[in-house]
Design a protein. Structure first.
Length: 236
């Protein structure tokens, strides 16, 4: 249950709460996925960290919302609100094949299960396509002990991707461009930008630095083995 808020910088954001049912790992996946998409040249609304003060919403009459606000004290994730944006409909709106192929590659790379016909998580704003909500990506991190070996996992759910029919034409070109853009240093920078508070509380029994390294290693090794999920998408 996200909320639309006006922050103290005067801008409006969609706020993703750390106390929501999906937990901190959804925020971690959303941030990593969004920033990797941006690095690939795709349009993603600005992502910011939002501090929710203790006691905020104390007068909220709805007990469920009050609990959500209480458990979300601290750093949360804000996504710049695209006022007037429309949900992208592949039956109505057009997308060039290069962009569609890059989005398909990205979601196979991140193992994003949430870009389907029922929920595209694509917006049309100012005549451009924007990507939102990558919180369902990186699902192997929900079983942290298995994360170290998950980089070679197949991703059969790519068959349900909303852009699959028109995106396979330039998938090899998208892969080549992605491998060029996603340097090891860039991956390190994106993962290192995660708030330590999120990382520490996402796996309380695992050292923080080990978690940072786990995400970095997963992303780098999955990139090295990208031929596996590209072939899978081509055969879907």
């Amino acid at each position: 249950m996200p909320a639309i808020i006006e922050a103290d910088d005067g801008f409006t954001y969609v706020l993703k709460f750390r106390g929501a049912g999906q937990g901190l790992k959804a925020l971690i996946a959303d941030f990593i996925g969004g920033e990797i998409a941006r690095a690939l040249g795709l349009r993603v609304p600005e992502l910011v960290f939002v501090e929710l003060a203790e006691g905020f919403g104390r007068t909220e009459p709805d007990e469920e919302i009050q609990d959500l606000l209480k458990f979300s004290t601290g750093l949360n994730l804000g996504v710049h609100f695209l006022s007037g944006a429309l949900t992208f409909d592949p039956e109505v709106h057009q997308m060039d094949e290069a962009t569609a192929s890059m989005i398909l590659w990205l979601d196979a790379y991140l193992m994003n299960i949430d870009r389907t016909v029922k929920n595209t998580n694509l917006l049309l704003w100012q005549k451009e396509v924007w990507l939102i909500d990558h919180g369902a990506s990186l699902y192997p991190h929900h079983n942290w002990p298995g994360m170290a070996k998950a980089h070679t996992n197949t991703f059969p759910l790519i068959k349900s991707h909303v852009l699959l029919p028109g995106a396979k034409t330039q998938l090899m070109q998208a892969e080549a461009k992605a491998r060029e853009l996603l340097s090891e240093n860039l991956i390190d920078e994106i993962v290192s930008a995660l708030p330590e508070d999120w990382v520490a509380h996402s796996e309380p029994d695992v050292p923080v630095e080990e978690i940072y390294q786990g995400y970095k290693q997963f992303l780098k090794l999955r990139l090295e083995h990208s031929a596996l999920f590209v072939k899978e998408a081509q055969n879907a």
